[in-house]
Design a binder for this molecule. Sequence first.
Ligand code: FES
Length: 155
Amino acid sequence: MSVSLKVNGTVHRVTADLDTPLLYVLRNDLGLNGAKFGCGLGQCGACTVLVDGAALRSCVMPIGALTQSEIITLEGLGTLEHPHPLQSAFIGEQAAQCGYCIAGMIMMAKAILDRNPHPSETDVRLGLVGNLCRCGVHNRIVGAILKAAQAMGRS
Ligand code: FES
């Protein structure tokens, strides 16, 4: 079946079953490999993207539910030349080890900052509770998000 999906401001027509998880379409059909397949069960956050501004697990979101939605992935946040303040802060704070969770972390962070312009450290930690990092870089990730909030004039 042919389905239209609006991703990072561009409407794409893809041929896939309506129950295909968004993550598969992003990675396999659109070549957007930022979001990662971690658990495939909605439990780790590696696949997090924004759907109409809300952070959702793309591994468990069927594309049939998203034909009217605005989807933003990591690739839609910034560019190499003009990175988003969150991307700059993650680099500046060296907030990654293996990097597998980072796209999901940044997208969740974007949702946190959009919802709460002046987050406390506790707000950030609570917001990230469903995003797992098995390398143990959480403290640097939290620091990067607080730095990004400062850079954006939000704290
Ligand atoms: Fe989607 Fe783990 S891969 S939540």
